[in-house]
Design a protein around this ligand. Sequence first.
Ligand SMILES: Nc1nc2c(c(=O)[nH]1)N[C@H]1C(S)=C(S)[C@@H](COP(=O)(O)O)O[C@H]1N2
Ligand SMILES: [Mo]
Length: 489
Amino acid sequence: MTGTPNPLRTPRFYLALAAVALAAAILQFRLGQAAPPQLLFAWLSHLLGVPWIFNLVHALPWGLDAYAKHALLAASYLIAAGFGALFALWAVARPWPVRLAAALGLALAGTGGVLLPLAGAGFFGLAPDNYAYPPLPALLAAAGLAAFFALLLDGAPLRAAAADEDRRRSLKGLALLAAAAAWPLQLARAAGDLWGRIRGLAPEITPTKDHYQVSKNVVNPKLRADRWRFEVGGLVETPLALTLEDLKALPAVERPSTLICISNPVGGRLVGNSVWTGVRLRDLLELAGVRPEASELVLRAADNYSDSFPLDAALYEETILAYLQNGEPLTADHGYPARLLVPGIYGMKNVKWLTRIELVDEDYQGYWQKRGWSDRAVVRTMSRIDTGVATPTGDGRVAIGGVAFAGRRGIRAVEVSFDDGRSWRAAELKPGSSRITWTLWRYLWQAEPGRYTVTVRAVDGEGRTQDPNPRPPLPDGATGYHCRKVRVV
Ligand SMILES: Nc1nc2c(c(=O)[nH]1)N[C@H]1C(S)=C(S)[C@@H](COP(=O)(O)O)O[C@H]1N2
Ligand SMILES: [Mo]
């Protein structure tokens, strides 16, 4: 064997491939640009069926479900880059016209399919109007690709194993350092009042960074406020077109409101409670003048998403077009510059990146309804145990807790059972929640160390106890009691 080693036989080749795929995926997430892997994802999820993917993603342990889309995107880049590299390797040994054609083809595919979409110009330059245009990513992606091909041509093996050993040791050191830094933080947290001290219990107001994030998109749109318009049309007297400035000039309301995804499984984390600020939708509808025939609203968004709900829900005084979450402008993932919040119905009807509302006089089937999910989508009563380990209260007892939510009906009571539902004991409710927010609950008792199986159920504001029959999220939202092992140490 002489000459340059076969790149396919070097670990560096595969490392470089993985690094480029990961870098492209991360870039795409940071910048919110649509690219071919998104189309591939849409096609795959269509082919495999959405419920199947949902179940698979929800089954992932350790909160990995939050990274499922990143992994999928990285994998699709990896596959694309792998095919490109194989094709290049095949072409290298051919006569020059084939080499030239292959080089042109790869350059075209790379530019039109990767660089332009990453730069915000869309797939082969076909930009959707609302996406932003940062020029930097194109350069970064070009640099990444150049580095990749440089690595590919230089087939040298990885550094010596000793260097690896060093790296492993310093990683271990870093992990220990992080763990040591986390310890005083834990202690500081334990000093608060009991509600705040129960380990694992969700805070009443979910910080934006912890608020669950769901959308149909692999990559969410990043809209520019200066180009954004919010329109009201259809069966109205005066169609409206408002800028973000116009919207902010109208009287605003602010209140906490709980959002829950219809695909949230029993005990799941796709639920959050933020403080939202915005304009009452009914004020906007009053400005436009709703015609008497109108019975339903169709909501359309910049990501080609749409959904609908009945006019009476639009007129609730808590239904708002929000532009602040927890006092800050909406983040791109939560719908910047504005999104709808309508209490009592599942998250999917709370349209983000909202661009248009149309009043119509007939039933409309939105994005998820066409895929089998409920159209009425009224939130079912749920309750969750947040604590895997009970917290000592300091007076010889231990505390467990969680959240309960019933859409617009409010929570009247929460009960826990230690004998699989044969007997129930009343939990304490944290005062101060509203009808449209979740309610925190806790239960304190004198306990011997050991493992306990705890079940929880809630009673809504209309006096109805949560549905005990286990049902999966599709099509109407999950039902059944949350049951969980709790340790007392
Ligand atoms: N434009 C648009 N709005 C959307 C979606 C979407 O894919 N596109 N997903 C919906 C779904 S399924 C849910 S559960 C909520 C989640 O809102 P959040 O990410 O702010 O928690 O947004 C809804 N609004
Ligand atoms: Mo959802």
